[in-house]
Design a protein around this ligand. Structure first.
Ligand code: MSP
Length: 637
């Protein structure tokens, strides 16, 4: 059954250009929206910019511009980036737009009229360089600024306050009664922890004498509205509140407010109490994701380690960048960004696994069937295994999207891709072609291509352009992509024509970290380098860590052990000639290194899907293991 889905991102300050944190939340919202649209759900995706307040005013002064000029020039950088990154937002709200300011003013006036906003003296310590106010609870005994450590000045200022404190118990109860309201659940606990202290009323004004760039209070022209009180309202003003009731009724309550973990209190305390005061229903879920770090460090301008998303997308392609961000971050937790990790993931998952599978299927179908997709005949166990890997990926992804576990969904799709490559190795279509078994060859090609069709739908929201390309290569030219396509296995139409349009993901050469991808000709070794391999050739071999979960001797083969290994959640069996050096007991539990993309083989009639690495000299042999704890399935190279 289709439903409605309304998702928001934070609105971004226009004091500086966008960075990876902004790109991440926006891509996440985009991917969720695309999944919902693909599901047939009525979807509304709102993003925008936060254009008032001190940060923007300060940037304007630094750049010698008026505040509005500062907003107008910076907003374009966000809008251009969203276009570049393929963001499919339905609306873009700027807080300097009349449609937003009018709603904020209406709310302020209404709360003032109902005595929910009052004027009082505000006593606090002001840090002039940081331009920030602190109350006693923020300060140490010396009353130095918690931000910069410099002395603060005590000042008394008249201001307007929203009676937030009176909603404290209601909010605690609401959070406890609605386990999906704040996600992940540990963030709900964080907010409940914050609410253990008495909740003060919220100062919602700034005197113009101190900060003039904001929405003027409708009941006092000497004040502007506090930027957060103004900004949060975008989630309803952008959905028609106060201007288009039918539209608002259609979309509200929001399904998800996506935010970074640093803006939890404003979203889970200020915003719900504001909504409660104006009598508007709560959003369904506020989801706080973690931080993108550089190594172990926070990104910051002063450290010069801020990742520019525009550059990354230009250098490596938009879709690969989107894929990396979503595959790499477990939602809720911090993740570390590095270009090396990006290249590694790109080469292994996209170039080797996915690109390679497509190219094998298309090339073989073109060669053996003139590119015409053959009809499958009877299904054997190998075919069924691949089919169930694809169907499992659908199931996992279907629960991963609402469960905000996109990285697990992606991993399951990649497992299906790897199962596709194993299938090709096992069924050996080139041998079928040589022996003239066209019927079986046709079934193999069809089955592998059908599995890729499943993959193309499941990864479409993450890599819309590349998946459209992949579908075209498979001969699927429908402009719409829909989850309904995955209701049955066998949707690929025999008789349609594949297109060999070249490689989907060119390998990136890690030594260069450069935009150029290594051209095929470079892989040829020049004469003077006889015996050497290029880095590109080397990376054709995928080395991965694997945990040995079971080992046993093989009857009649005293040099061999049969091992069951786990490579990042994927179970495999390998046969290794190590029985004279290790007993099964000694080897179980070790994290070893294996060649993960080796064609499977039969050794003494037993399937072996990979090869372990060991150092050998004379009569000695030692397994290659890793220096400490690391997840199985980690890349080695
Ligand atoms: N304008 C406010 C939001 C108002 S919403 C009603 C704001 N803007 S911001 O531009 O400073 O930040 C926007 C978002 O970027 C926040 O969710 C923040 O968590 C996120 N990120 C900033 N740096 C980040 C990373 N390094 N990694 C991930 N997200 C981070 O706050």
């Amino acid at each position: 059954m289709s439903e409605k889905f309304y998702v928001t991102t934070p609105i971004y300050y226009v004091n500086d250009k966008p960075h990876i944190g902004h790109a991440y939340t926006t891509i996440l919202a985009d991917v969720l929206s695309r999944y919902h649209r693909m599901n047939g759900d009525a979807t509304f995706f709102l993003t925008g910019t936060d254009e008032h307040g001190q940060k923007v005013q300060k940037a304007a002064v630094e750049h010698g511009m008026t505040e509005q000029e500062q907003c107008d020039t910076t907003v374009v950088r966000f809008q251009e980036l969203w276009e570049k990154l393929g963001i499919s937002n339905d609306d873009f709200i700027r807080t300097t737009e009349a449609r937003h300011k009018n709603v904020v003013r209406k709310i302020l006036q209404d709360l003032y009229d109902r005595d929910l906003i009052y004027k009082a003296e505000y006593k606090g310590c002001y840090c002039v360089p940081c331009e920030r106010f602190f109350t006693d609870k923020d300060l140490n005994e010396e009353k130095t600024c918690p931000e910069c450590g410099r002395p603060t000045n005590e000042i008394v200022e008249s201001n307007y306050f929203f009676k937030m404190g009176q909603y404290q118990q209601w909010l605690i109860d609401y959070i406890k009664e609605h386990p999906k309201f704040i996600l992940p659940d540990y963030r709900a606990n964080e907010t409940l922890g914050f609410l253990k202290k008495p909740l003060a009323d919220l100062c919602i004004s700034r005197p113009k004498s101190r900060l003039a760039w904001g929405i003027e209070l409708p009941f006092d022209k000497d004040y502007v509205c506090y930027v957060w009180f103004d900004a949060l309202v975008n989630y309803i003003s952008g959905a028609g509140y106060g201007s288009n009731d039918a539209e608002f009724k259609k979309w509200w309550p929001a399904s998800f407010h996506l935010i970074g973990k640093d803006i939890l209190t404003t979203h889970t305390v200020y915003w719900p109490t504001m909504l409660k005061a104006i009598g508007v229903e709560m959003p369904e879920s506020i989801f706080a994701h973690g931080w993108w770090l550089t190594g172990q460090n926070k990104m910051s301008k002063s450290l010069g380690n801020v990742v520019n998303p525009m550059e990354m997308a230009e250098r490596y392609g938009v879709d690969a960048f989107r894929f990396f961000l979503l595959a790499e971050m477990s939602l809720g937790q911090d993740a570390s960004f590095s270009e090396d990790a990006f290249i590694e993931k790109y080469n292994s998952n996209l170039a080797n696994d996915l690109g390679n599978l497509l190219s094998r299927i298309v090339k073989m179908t073109v060669k053996q069937f003139g590119g015409i997709i053959p009809s499958p005949t009877e299904e054997n166990d190998d075919d069924k295994e691949l089919k169930s890997a694809a169907i499992k990926a659908v199931e996992v992804m279907k629960s991963a999207v609402p469960g905000m576990k996109l990285n697990s969904g992606i991993e399951e799709v990649m497992n299906a891709v790897r199962a596709g490559n194993r299938y090709i190795e096992k069924t050996a279509p080139w041998t079928l072609a040589k022996s003239g078994d066209t019927e079986r060859l046709g079934t193999v090609m069809y089955t592998a291509a059908e599995a890729l069709r499943f993959v193309s739908v499941l990864l479409y929201p993450i890599m819309p352009s590349k998946m459209t390309e992949l579908r075209k290569a498979l001969g699927i030219n429908t402009p719409e992509v829909n989850m309904k396509e995955l209701e049955k296995w066998g949707g690929l139409v025999p008789g349609s024509k594949m297109n060999d349009s070249g490689s989907l993901f060119q390998r990136i050469c890690i030594t260069e970290k450069a935009p150029e991808t290594a051209p095929q000709s470079q892989a040829q070794t020049p004469d003077s380098d006889a015996g050497l391999v290029s880095i590109d050739d080397f990376f054709k071999t995928q080395l991965k860590t694997a945990k040995v979960v079971h080992a046993e001797k093989i009857d009649g083969a005293d040099k061999l052990l049969k091992l069951q290994i786990d490579i990042g959640g994927e179970k495999r069996q390998i046969v290794a000639g190590v029985a004279q050096y290790y007993t099964p007991e000694e080897i179980i539990g070790k994290t070893i290194v294996v060649v993960a993309n080796l064609k499977s083989a039969k050794i003494r009639g037993i399937d072996s899907q990979g090869m372990l690495l060991a150092a050998k000299k004379g009569k000695g042999l030692k397994l290659i293991t890793v220096d400490g704890e690391i997840d199985s399935g980690s890349s080695v190279g």
